[in-house]
Ligand binder design. Sequence first.
Ligand code: ATP
Ligand code: MG
Length: 329
Amino acid sequence: MIKERVLTGDRVTGKLHLGHYVGSLQNRVALQEQYDTFVFLADIQALTTHFDRPQLLGQNLNEITLDYLSAGINPDKATIFIQSMVPEIAELTVLFSMFVTVNSLRHNPTIKAESKNSSLDELYYGFLGYPVSQAADITFCKATIIPVGEDQLPHLELTRKIVRRFNELYSPILMEPRALISETPRLVGTDGNAKMSKSLGNAIELDSTKEEITFKIRKATTDPARVHKNDPGHPEVCPIYAYHRAFRSHDAPEIREGCESGSISCSACKQLITTALDQLIEPMRERRSYYAARPKVVEDILLSGTKLARDIAQETMSEVREAMGLNYF
Ligand code: ATP
Ligand code: MG
């Protein structure tokens, strides 16, 4: 039986953080045991907001590859590839863009939220259209299981629509994917923003030292209504409580009760989560230093993964051309 394919990518806009870990990466690590898993570095997609800073991409690409390997992506089981080195994805994007309406992109809630948060002065064509390129990222290798955070749901819906439309217009060769949402589909930022995000400066990165974790948790927002230690708190508005739920779920009900009754202080709460996060990251540090000391090994992982992805992409493109009648000679 052919194994189903899993695929997700990350924009190379900065190092990966705890939000990526609970939202998607942890699932990818688990899924690689059972499925044919693809993980990719979305450098073209990063350009949609970083086209004026392309020099950042190479540096981030290396850091994110180390993030993958240190979080437990096993290069013997999963394929890691670089988006721009599979140009068939761009080709497929152009073909899909013919039957996607501008209005459906303009009304996409994630596009709306991101363009509000972004530093871009205008709505750019590449940015508006990135959900179409995501559809090509997914369909070139016929991936069906997409472990992503909640912000990706509108994009997945669009991919499904594109697949149905393509199959109906030309020939049923593409596969409809489904999103796999984790138990923490959206981790809040340390500043209380609804999403921990590379671009918002409110993240705890997966390569953090104990000191960095301690500092960021100490600085993190808590319930503003809790001025004195014994004031009753409102855990649902506190990012620290959200972290307890995501990373210390066994103890979360007790923390909730302690916060609501004012019997546990914010600093005690922060201490507990700092220790838990440090314990989570500790084994990642070891794997990171192993791979960081072996740049040639890392490069080979990327080159062989990209080659495999490209072979698959070329096969799919020849089916797509055939389906659309584009193979003239
Ligand atoms: P950027 O701000 O540059 O877009 P990002 O932090 O949103 O960066 P992406 O590379 O866009 O990261 O997202 C990669 C994957 O990680 C997506 O599946 C996304 O849903 C997931 N993800 C990112 N941040 C979070 C979060 N805070 N909680 C849950 N999942 C997240
Ligand atoms: Mg994003």
